[in-house]
Design a protein around this ligand. Structure first.
Ligand code: ZN
Length: 363
């Protein structure tokens, strides 16, 4: 296949949560209602309300879900530790928790826009917080300062993949950033496991562990109401960031992500997807197919590029159109490596050290 030059490709821009990658119009059927304003909520399904918490980021909101139970409600995801997020929750408290008291907080995964206000909500309402065991392990490691001990490992990792600028290297990985974006570590008494069934008021919700974007990521499926709370696993206009990183993470996160997508594809075709960002939609299978196709295209592009040995930094201009630095460079490099490592696992590319750099070479 031919390889386009950087600048000519319609490669998408990278954002904090991933790349802009909408499906073509009419592939997805969005719900016909306005998104709730900050701290407002609207009914989206029987016993389920859609609320929005603003974020101090390019990606300016997260959707959270308020689920009725017999004696109150449970919320899914929380927003980031920031005053605009807390203000929004105070509105929800006045308008909704006053009628339906908060009973528990569930977080889909470790990222600060999802887990960030869990400890704050726990303290304010004296409620349990639920998450997967892996999400808890990872967040405790970040909170416990293990992140800082990863700094030298991070530096070596970035250098070996072709990042040469020392200032840039230091700006890419800042473990203290996680602590700043979260309100502390919530106490978690019980972990939610894959396939566990949660009986919360409106029917039964099955937790589905969907790795790739974040280890320990849980979606919640309600087959009776044909609802899927998809977290960041399936978003309507963003291809979620998939990163291969230093530390002891998933050796093939893109492989995990693609198989997680297939697991969700098996759900009922008319499932209403409740994503963490964007507008709820039907068309889960189409979206899974579009996201999968996008990754397969990127894989082919990289396999073609690596007929000449490449380090990860070399391939970024072919994958992303935006100028990359700091956090965006961190995410983009992770995404490029997730694709290159997938190709290694698939036996299409090999890894080779050359002059202190890890090169990827198509077989
Ligand atoms: Zn995320």
């Amino acid at each position: 296949m031919s390889v386009s030059e950087p600048g000519n490709t319609p490669a998408p821009a990278v954002t904090a949560e991933g790349e802009a990658f909408p499906s073509a119009p009419r592939r997805l059927q969005y719900v016909d209602m306005d998104a709730p304003g900050p701290g407002q909520s609207v009914a989206i399904a029987p016993g389920v309300r859609w609320a929005r918490i603003p974020l101090p980021l390019d990606l300016n909101h997260i959707n959270v879900w308020l689920m009725e139970t017999d004696d109150g409600c449970i919320v899914v995801d929380t927003g980031m530790a920031a005053s605009i997020g807390k203000d929004a929750w105070e509105n929800i408290e006045r308008d909704y928790f006053s009628q339906r008291p908060l009973r528990a907080v569930f977080t889909t995964h470790i990222h600060p826009d999802h887990i960030g206000l869990a400890a704050w909500l726990q303290e304010r309402f004296s409620v349990p917080v639920l998450m997967s065991r892996r999400t808890h392990e990872l967040s405790r490691a970040m909170w416990g300062g293990e992140g800082r001990s990863l700094l030298s490992e991070a530096e070596q990792f970035f250098q070996s993949h072709g990042v040469t600028d020392e200032t840039q290297i230091r700006a890419m990985f800042r473990p203290e950033r996680f602590a700043r974006m979260t309100s502390g570590m919530p106490t978690v008494e019980r972990f939610v496991a894959d396939e566990e069934v949660l009986r919360w008021g409106v029917g039964e919700w099955t937790a589905l562990e969907t790795d790739g974007h974040a280890e320990g990521h849980l979606c919640l499926s309600n087959p009776t109401l044909r609802l899927l709370i998809s977290g960041d696993q399936v978003l309507p206009t963003i291809s979620s960031n998939i990163s291969f990183m230093f530390g002891h993470g998933d050796p093939n996160p893109l492989g995990s992500f693609l198989s997680s997508l297939q697991r969700l594809r098996a759900l009922s075709e008319d499932t209403l997807v409740l994503p963490a960002h964007g507008v709820p939609f039907r068309g889960l299978r189409q979206r899974v197919d579009d996201l999968t196709g996008h990754h397969l295209e990127q894989l082919d592009k990289l396999a073609a590029l690596c007929t000449e040995p490449k380090v990860a930094m070399d391939v970024l201009p072919f994958m992303f159109r935006r100028e990359l630095k700091d956090m965006h460079l961190f995410l983009a490099l992770g995404e490029a490596l997730a694709h290159l490592e997938y190709l290694v696992h698939a036996g299409r590319v090999r890894r080779e050290w050359r002059a202190g750099l890890i090169n990827y070479i198509t077989l």
